[in-house]
Design a protein around this ligand. Structure first.
Ligand SMILES: [Zn+2]
Length: 428
């Protein structure tokens, strides 16, 4: 639980989530993988793509030719590092009377009203001048203090505020970051970045900065049974996958955690799940350890190989019961959720469920099945994209959640333990 709270506090952008996870991996003895060096089995490695990360363990019996399919099996748990938020535009300063505001665009499917009146901050990556044009230097930016807010309009000026409100991002979701003091130089955002990074303004070539909710996660409830906080979609899954990989041990196969970026905007980017990145890396790892392309294709098609896509699921909301499937309610603190859909917007099929069911029965781990209300399309996630690209057996699971994509989401504390325990079994 402590690790999740820490990750929420520090994983303020996909780049910072990768950094924090890297620190956890390094502490556990994992090394940065270098394709040009000879690498050992039974050693944990990671590949860092900035906002995406792939951590893996090559187990003792992996690649032994005489051995069974099991020895070549590949188990992958996948999650995403990004969360809905706002992204700072170039030339972001807006002068509005004596206010200075930041021009932002919406990133992913935010519940717009929940971002009003929150303490917001900025974090991400800044690209600066390097040795030459082809080698720019990248720096993480995270001042870790509240820098902006998007104030609501007072109810006295907007009597319909409680009757459903349309919120237009370019008008109503522009945060304030300063006021202009007379005789004082106006504050350029690039100047704020330069000061924080101790760089000259002209050294900054570009940035990918996100406006994020600067609140921390909190445990609450009469029995402290809930957790609320920002970015729980999908940092809960990121942490469970990594904890599972670190806690488990098996003799056979290759175990990997794939943390993709850009799930919230469709995954179709070079470091997203709907790309060649995972397949390419796996194939190169096979080759690196002396196996062939045929071995790779056989392994991922094998019955013992599995891609587990871990992302949050909709828990039944007590005030909106009509939005959920009538016979399959999913409750907080009743176990993690396994997601199914006849449209295959989730990758799960009955063979995959049979495996999950068996593992859960053996270890007494609780889980629930989630299906959409038939009149509501529900959401999608990366499971079906990654597994279709690899043609690999897969399932979609994750923590039940209320208020998905709110600036502050709610989950059950017990479910965090169930999910982590399941991920440990998955890699055992
Ligand atoms: Zn998600």
């Amino acid at each position: 639980m402590y690790k999740l709270l820490d990750l929420v506090k520090n994983g303020v952008s996909p780049f910072h989530t990768v950094k924090r996870i890297r620190e956890q991996l390094e502490k556990a003895g994992f090394l940065l993988f270098d394709f040009s060096q000879s690498n050992k089995k039974e050693q944990g490695y990671f590949i860092d793509l900035g906002s995406a990360l792939f951590a893996f363990k090559v187990n003792q019996n992996w690649g032994k030719k005489e051995d069974s399919q099991q020895n070549h099996s590949v188990r992958i748990a996948a999650a995403h590092t990004d969360s809905p938020c706002f992204r700072l535009k170039p030339k972001a300063k807006i002068k509005n009377g004596k206010y200075l505001q930041a021009n932002v665009e919406v990133y992913g499917g935010v519940i717009r009203s929940t971002w009003m009146d929150r303490p917001l901050s900025l974090a991400g990556r800044v690209s600066c001048k390097g040795q030459n044009a082809w080698q720019p230097q990248s720096y993480l930016f995270h001042p870790d203090k509240t820098l902006l807010t998007i104030p609501n309009l007072a109810i006295h000026l907007n009597p319909k505020a409680n009757q459903g409100l349309e919120i237009h991002p370019q008008k109503e979701l522009i945060p304030i970051y300063s006021t202009i003091e007379e005789q004082m130089k106006e504050i350029e955002i690039s100047a704020i970045i330069a000061k924080e990074l101790k760089k000259k303004e002209e050294e900054i070539l570009d940035y990918e900065l996100y406006v994020y909710n600067h609140e921390e996660a909190e445990i609450w409830g009469i029995n402290q049974e809930f957790i609320s906080g920002p970015r729980l979609d999908n940092l809960t899954s990121v942490q469970a996958c990594i904890s599972g990989l670190l806690d488990a041990k098996r003799e056979d196969g290759l175990d990997m955690v794939a943390l993709f970026d850009h799930e919230e905007i469709g995954s179709r980017t070079k470091q997203g799940a709907n790309s060649a990145v995972l397949g390419n890396l796996l194939e190169r790892i096979f080759e690196h350890f002396g196996l062939t392309r045929k071995d790779f294709l056989q392994a991922i098609a094998g019955n013992e190989s599995f891609l587990l896509s871990v992302d949050t699921a909709h828990a039944t909301h007590p005030n909106y019961g009509e939005k959920y499937d009538p016979t399959n309610p999913v409750y907080l603190n009743s176990g993690f959720a396994c997601k199914l859909s006849s449209r295959q917007s989730y990758a799960t099929d009955s063979m995959a469920i049979a495996i999950i069911e068996s593992l859960c029965r053996e270890k007494g781990i609780s889980y629930q099945k989630y299906v959409n209300h038939s009149d509501i399309a529900g959401g999608g996630t990366l499971g079906v994209l990654a597994s279709a690209n690899l043609a690999m057996q897969a399932a979609d699971i994750g923590l039940p959640m209320l208020a998905m994509h709110s600036a502050r989401e709610t989950i059950g504390a017990k479910d965090v333990l169930a999910l982590t325990q399941f991920l440990t079994e998955f890699f055992s």
